[in-house]
Design a protein around this ligand. Structure first.
Ligand code: 3PG
Ligand code: MG
Length: 399
C-alpha cells in the first residue's frame, strides 16, 4: 500500500502550515439535552491532532455530524464538539460558523502556529455528498483552499464517496492520519491471515444489512455466532416459529442457503428473552427457541445461548464482533450483549469490535475498553473493509 502517512508529513515540517484534517466527529447526542453521550470518536483522533499541534501546524479540522440535508440545521451543529475537543486537547478550539464561507476563511486566517479550528458541519453544504462530480468538485475546491496539506483521519467515513473524503485528496498533498493507519492495519490482519480459530459474532436488527459481510466472512471463519434481531430470520429458516419477533420474510430462503452452504459453522441462539411488547418495562421470560409464544417479541438472547457463545469464544484466537445481541439500550434486554462482550474480553483472543452500536455498547455498558485489542470507530466502514470492497477514501489516499 503506497499511502503516505502523518509521519511523512511531519518529516517535511508543518510549522506554520495550514493542515486540513478530515475527522469523523459524528458522535451521538442526547435528544433532549444535546449533550455528547459518547466521545469515543473525538478521543480517537487526538493522537493525530496533538502531533500536528506540537509540530506547530495551523490545524483546520472538518467533519460531518448526523445526516442534515445539505443546508444548515442547528440540531446537527458541530459547536458542542468544538467545546469537547478543546477540553480533551487542553487548548481552545476556534469554531467557524460555516464550512467554507466568510467565517471559515477568517477563522483559518486568524490561526496562530499550533492552534486548532473546527469548521461547521460539512453536510450543511450540498456539494459534500452530491452524486454529481462537478458539484462535489466545486465544494472540494473551496474546502481544499483552506489547507496546504490534507490528512484523512476519518476512518468512519472512508466508505463514503464524499467531497471531503474522496475529492479533496486529489487537490492537496495527502496523508493518512494515525487512526486511519491503525484501523487499516488491524482490519487487514483479519482479512489476510487471522490466527485460528477465527470466530465472528454478528448482531443487529437486519440480515439484509449484514448479508454482504456474512457472504464474505462465512468461507473464512471457523464459527459465525448470530444474535440480535437478525437471528429470528435464521431461526425461521430453520423451521421455527418466532412469534412477533423481527422477521425479514424475503431473507428466509437466503438464510437457509447460507446455513446449508457451510453446515455447522453458523451458531444460532437456543434460548431468547421474549417480551409482551417492545418496551423497557414489558413483561418478559426466557424461552427455548422452539417455544416462542405467538404474541411475544424476542428482544435478547438468553443465558444458555450466552454460555454457548462464550464457550465458542473461549477457544478462539481471533474474534471480530459487530452488532448488539439484543435491545441493550433497555437494561432488561442488555444481558446478552453484556455477556457476549465480557466473554470476548476474557477470551484471550485478538479481539476487534466493529464500530457503531457495538462500540457504543462497550462504553455505555461500562465495560473495560482496554480488554479489547481494537475498537473500530467505523461501523459501515469496517464491514465494507472486511467485505473486501474498495473504500473511496482509502483509494483516494493511495493515488
Ligand atoms: C457513521 O456514523 O457510520 C459514520 O460517521 C458515517 O456516517 P454516515 O453513515 O451518515 O455516512
Ligand atoms: Mg452509519
Amino acid at each position: 500500500m503506497s499511502i503516505r502517512n502523518l509521519d511523512d508529513l511531519l518529516a517535511e515540517g508543518v510549522s506554520g502550515r495550514r493542515v486540513l484534517v478530515r475527522a469523523d466527529l459524528n458522535v451521538p447526542l442526547d435528544k433532549q439535552t444535546g449533550e455528547i453521550t459518547d466521545d469515543g470518536r473525538i478521543r480517537a483522533v487526538l493522537p493525530t491532532l496533538s502531533a500536528l499541534v506540537q509540530a506547530g501546524a495551523r490545524v483546520v479540522v472538518c467533519s460531518h455530524l448526523g445526516r442534515p440535508k445539505g443546508t444548515p440545521d442547528p440540531q446537527f451543529s458541530l459547536r458542542p464538539v468544538a467545546g469537547r475537543l478543546g477540553e480533551l486537547l487542553n487548548a481552545p478550539v476556534r469554531f467557524a460558523e460555516d464550512t467554507v464561507g466568510d467565517s471559515a476563511r477568517s477563522t483559518v486566517d486568524g490561526l496562530a502556529d499550533g492552534q486548532v479550528a473546527l469548521l461547521e458541519n460539512l453536510r450543511f453544504n450540498k456539494g459534500e455528498t452530491s452524486k454529481d462530480d462537478a458539484e462535489r468538485g466545486a465544494f472540494a475546491d473551496q474546502l481544499a483552499a483552506l489547507g496546504e496539506a490534507y490528512v484523512d483521519d476519518a476512518f468512519g467515513a472512508v466508505h463514503r464517496k464524499h467531497a471531503s473524503v474522496y475529492d479533496v485528496p486529489g487537490r492537496l498533498p495527502h496523508f493518512a492520519g494515525r487512526l486511519v493507519l491503525r484501523e487499516v492495519e488491524v482490519l487487514s490482519k483479519l482479512t489476510r491471515d487471522p490466527e485460528r480459530p477465527y470466530v465472528v459474532v454478528l448482531g443487529g436488527s437486519k440480515v439484509s444489512d449484514k448479508l454482504a459481510v456474512i457472504e464474505a466472512l462465512l468461507p473464512k471463519v471457523d464459527r459465525l455466532l448470530i444474535g440480535g434481531g437478525m437471528c429470528f430470520t435464521f431461526l425461521k429458516a430453520r423451521g421455527l416459529e418466532v412469534g412477533s419477533s423481527l422477521l425479514e420474510e424475503e431473507m428466509v430462503e437466503t438464510c437457509r442457503n447460507l446455513m446449508e452452504r457451510e453446515p455447522g459453522k453458523i451458531m444460532l441462539p437456543v434460548d431468547v428473552v421474549a417480551a409482551v411488547a417492545f418496551a423497557p418495562d414489558a413483561e418478559h421470560d426466557t424461552v427455548r427457541v422452539d417455544g416462542i409464544p405467538s404474541k411475544r417479541v424476542g428482544l435478547d438472547i438468553g443465558p444458555e445461548t450466552v454460555a454457548g457463545f462464550a464457550a465458542a469464544l473461549k477457544q478462539a484466537r481471533t474474534v471480530f464482533w459487530n452488532g448488539p445481541m439484543g435491545v441493550f439500550e433497555m437494561p432488561a434486554f442488555a444481558n446478552g450483549t453484556c455477556g457476549v462482550a465480557e466473554a470476548i474480553a476474557k477470551a484471550g483472543a485478538f479481539s476487534v469490535v466493529g464500530g457503531g452500536d457495538s462500540a457504543a455498547a462497550v462504553r455505555t455498558l461500562g465495560l473495560d475498553e482496554s480488554a479489547f485489542d481494537h475498537i473500530s470507530t467505523g461501523g459501515g466502514a469496517s464491514l465494507e473493509y472486511l467485505e473486501g470492497q474498495t473504500l473511496p477514501g482509502i483509494a483516494a489516499l493511495e493515488n
